[in-house]
Design a binder for this molecule. Structure first.
Ligand SMILES: [Zn+2]
Length: 310
């Protein structure tokens, strides 16, 4: 498989207070894991900033400006909503993270690569069109889905989110949009409190599978193969976008699910099988959460290894 890996050094300039879980070291840990020999055939590139056209398909210009203007200078940080923190480098990092999502879509949709993984921060799936929250400012998965439609003629895009938290922002953005299917497997009653099974969108374009605390990899795989994958297959997307959070790992400090790193390889291969059947294997995977630094590196490596066909 030709697998594209995207990152950027400026992701480290999005700073967070010392005890904040969403730290620059997260990206460093993933990059370190991908230095091994098993990853020598990864196609590596750096992110580009998202264009105004691309970002404004999801976020109004006034909201984007609001984030830009709010960002403090120097080494200061400011809270924009509870634990969502802006530093001097945040705006540029967030624009690169959205741009990486679009670049990954470009390369996958034109067949330059088979699939892609973007290790970016800040994450995106809690951001709504006009609301930053949960460490997220711009919704990269949503921007990627719209980019596939607007720039590459995709009619339908499926987004599958296996972060331990519900992607409320992505759900909000596409709640009444028949052209985008959003499915989330997440821990019930965890931040942000949404993602009940009763939230089904329009004609079932939203699918939520909340799991109780303590659920393990087998339970997540059962939800994936029993419910999410048949729904993705029935939707017949032209592209599969993954909101790839690794905070369902048993060592993660923010969740209480019990996955091990190998489970991410199994989940990824199951998703790729469906993508092979319905959309020529086109998968664009975007990093969301994952806050135990070692577990994040190992889990992302298992995910990327699977994307590479190992
Ligand atoms: Zn999360």
């Amino acid at each position: 498989m030709r697998t594209l890996f995207l990152s950027h050094p400026r992701y480290r300039d999005h700073l967070a207070p010392e005890n904040h879980p969403e730290q620059p070291e997260r990206i460093v840990a993933i990059e370190r894991q991908l230095e091994g020999e098993a990853f020598q055939h990864l196609i590596r590139d750096t992110a580009r900033p998202v264009t105004d056209t691309e970002i404004q398909r999801i976020h109004p210009a006034a909201y984007v400006d609001h984030i830009r203007i709010q960002a403090p200078h120097d080494g200061l940080m400011m809270s924009i909503s509870s634990d969502t923190i802006l530093s001097n480098g945040t705006y540029e990092a967030a624009r690169l993270a959205s741009g990486a999502a679009c670049l990954a879509v470009d390369e996958v949709m034109t067949g330059l690569v088979d699939n892609a993984f973007s290790a970016a921060r800040p994450p995106g799936h809690h951001a709504s069109a006009r609301q930053a929250m949960g460490f997220c400012f711009f919704n990269h998965a949503a921007i990627a889905a719209r980019h596939a439609q607007a720039a590459h003629g995709a009619e339908r895009v499926a987004i599958v989110d296996f972060d331990v938290h519900h992607g409320n922002g992505t759900q909000n953005i596409f709640y009444s949009d028949r052209t985008v299917f959003y499915a989330s497997i997440h821990q019930a009653q965890l931040f942000p409190g949404t993602g009940e099974t009763s939230e089904t969108g329009i004609d079932g374009n939203i699918l939520n599978l909340p799991l109780g605390a303590g659920a393990n990899g087998a339970a997540v795989l059962e939800a994936m193969t029993g419910a999410v994958l048949p729904a993705v297959e029935a939707f017949r997307p032209d592209l599969l976008v993954l909101s790839a959070g690794f905070d369902a790992h048993f060592r993660d400090p923010l969740g209480d699910l019990n996955l091990v790193e190998a489970d991410y390889g199994t989940l990824t291969r199951a998703l790729m099988e469906v993508a092979d059947r319905v959309c020529g294997g086109r998968v664009v995977s975007l990093l969301e959460g994952g806050y135990d630094i070692d577990a994040l590196g190992l889990s992302a490596a298992a995910h990327v290894s699977a994307l590479m066909g190992h």
